[in-house]
Design a protein around this ligand. Sequence first.
Ligand SMILES: NC(=O)c1ccc[n+]([C@@H]2O[C@H](COP(=O)([O-])OP(=O)(O)OC[C@H]3O[C@@H](n4cnc5c(N)ncnc54)[C@H](OP(=O)(O)O)[C@@H]3O)[C@@H](O)[C@H]2O)c1
Length: 274
Amino acid sequence: MDKADVSARVWAHILGIRNGTGCPCCGDWTPAERAALAIYAPLARRDMGPVTIGQIGQSLDGRVATVAGDARDISGPDGLKHLHRLRAIADAVVIGVRTALHDSPRLTVRLCEGHNPARVVIDPRGRLPNDAPVFMDNGVRRIVLQHVDTARPAGVEVVRLPAAAGGSMSPRHILRALHAAGLNTVLVEGGGITVSRFFQAGLLTRLHIAVAPLLIGGGPQGFHTPNPVALLSDATRPDTRVFNIGSDILFDCGLASAQNIVSAPWHGVARQNT
Ligand SMILES: NC(=O)c1ccc[n+]([C@@H]2O[C@H](COP(=O)([O-])OP(=O)(O)OC[C@H]3O[C@@H](n4cnc5c(N)ncnc54)[C@H](OP(=O)(O)O)[C@@H]3O)[C@@H](O)[C@H]2O)c1
């Protein structure tokens, strides 16, 4: 496992790559800084096509909240910083309506330098009230993807999508709508249902699971699909890199569609330095 050090100069370099001013290859870095570059730099690039990242912060026993709904904060301080860095890299951050209702997240970048991403909520049935924090105007785009014709506050972009009988909207249609809106680097931040639907549709480039050392004993699971495999031989075994990010351990999983970024110059760099 590589220790990742997101030093100030590494983060400035990554933001430069994100903004198209930084060179992705150059620099004299420590091994731990190289590990940090291996995590973030491929995601920050804008010249290798759209990227979709799923992120889950969970306990050792795979929970993302308690039975009573307490979800703040399962991740340790470095897991939270990691989440904010992903937000700063992304063009848009996507959540499901249950997270919007339970957690009222602001989805802003507060624990590192960087711009706030557009906020996107998937709310097929229009359940989220119009005074929800996710709709608050703080200068970034706010988008709701819904099936129904619910009116939304001025400035909130409404994308209406068809839904199947159970209310499910195609993650592929969702992603296509975001790309059409110019949002190509997409962070699917939760909850588990939403991340899992993007995974099942084969749309995640990478899945980041940050594990914090606490045991909860019950509560909602992070990753879960409606039709899990019966045999372990059928389980998905992603190409996974493991990083010590401080208070939490990051499992950085490359999925099938990640082929375009795994050939980037950082891939394997961290391993070469151990
Ligand atoms: N630790 C973490 O990383 C983390 C991050 C975020 C949230 N959380 C926790 O996770 C819990 C909430 O997560 P959750 O998994 O229960 O729900 P969720 O993923 O936040 O929201 C799921 C809901 O969003 C809508 N949705 C998502 N994708 C859809 C699609 N493709 N088509 C149609 N509708 C779609 C559906 O709304 P309808 O129900 O209206 O059909 C669905 O039931 C909370 O306890 C929260 O605190 C933890």
